[in-house]
Design a protein around this ligand. Sequence first.
Ligand code: ARG
Length: 467
Amino acid sequence: MSAQNKAPAPEIKPWSGRFSEPVSDLVKRFTASVGFDYRLAEFDIEGSIAHARMLSATGIIGAEDLASIERGLAQILSEIRSGTFNWSLDLEDVHLNIERRLTDLVGDAGKRLHTARSRNDQVATDIRLYLRAAIDHIIGQICALQTALLDLADKHTDTVMPGFTHLQVAQPVSFAHHLMAYYEMLTRDAQRLVDCRKRVNRLPLGAAALAGTSYPIDRQMVAKALEFDGVCENSLDAVSDRDFAIEFCAAAALLMTHLSRLSEELILWMSPRFGFIDIADRFCTGSSIMPQKKNPDVAELVRGKTGRVNGHLVALLTLMKGQPLAYNKDNQEDKEPLLDTVDTVSNSLAVFTEMIPGITVHKEAMRVAAAQGFATATDLADYLVRKGMPFREAHEVVAQAVRFCETRQCDLADLTLPELQQFSGLIDQSVYASLTLDGALTARSHIGGTAPARVKSAIAKARKALK
Ligand code: ARG
């Protein structure tokens, strides 16, 4: 956008009548928000049209004025869309830029638009309209990423990998089961946004500067036209609080935290030490000095950008905490963190959704790793329990067997039956079913377990839920 100054008009700002000198250039630049709030323009126009229609319906302005306002705003919208609108820093923000252009285009009718309205309730309305659209878009993007995860999971319900605790091999899980954990996290992320949207979707217009207005306005009519679920019930609250934006940023921070954890895992899995996966070249970059390198930059950037979104959440909380009622200019500082949060979350989801299908899974490396860390030790203990031994005792017996394997550098499944029987007479040939990775997987067949059949039905359930 070009925040160029137009030729200075004799009376620059709509509020300048009270002032004996123009604001200094430095202050003008310091206080202007048009450099970023121009992005609210389409919502500002939408809100103005609804406001003007109400002003006309209630007889506050005439039908001819309404027609002129609608015509002018339609032209402004097309100028903005085609990039020919002349944004002026002298006019401070998106609201005054549009209002001035409207007056240039349609004369006095343009000056009547701001009746029974203040920039305070106007900007609060614009942000809510913007955020509502952003939330709807992001929820759609979450569903797309979930579909990508399900598509990958579908192919890997039998792919065994080590499940980790403390980043040490713990018990075998399937790769599909692991991916489905992220599906669950994303489901909650989407639910949080749906819930947040209810509180975003309330109309501030009518609150005017802070106390409401003496005109016979119809707030319900405006709310309906803008598809809000209702109106903000207190004028002071309507213009001053930004809790809905903070709530969104909190949900966004959690969403990014989930993407960051997945990023961290992709990075680990792709490192040659793990060698579990490969990420398609188009999502990786090389090193300018080390020719052998292929770096998972996308995942690292998403992990890094999580810090930035967390920062925006803290910025908004801090912005709010010391403000007396009602509106204060501090609130102009809500926009950059909010807009950047929306952009960052949206871009991260988009790039992840493209990257997930570009993952190649090295099943054999996963299986070998799972076979190396005594991943079926718990299954051996469970086997002994089924034969009648108390669990704590079984735990001790298996610990002895694991120590024995360590001295021999072999896995539990590599021990012969007589070797295993040294540790307990309860062990017989049937033990080997419990010692295999696939046996360990299949045994966990309850709801939420990693058994292939169970994970297949979890995937099917998820696909239904996404529809
Ligand atoms: N640009 C301002 C903002 O973003 C609009 C509201 C200005 N209101 C005022 N009383 N100065 O908050």
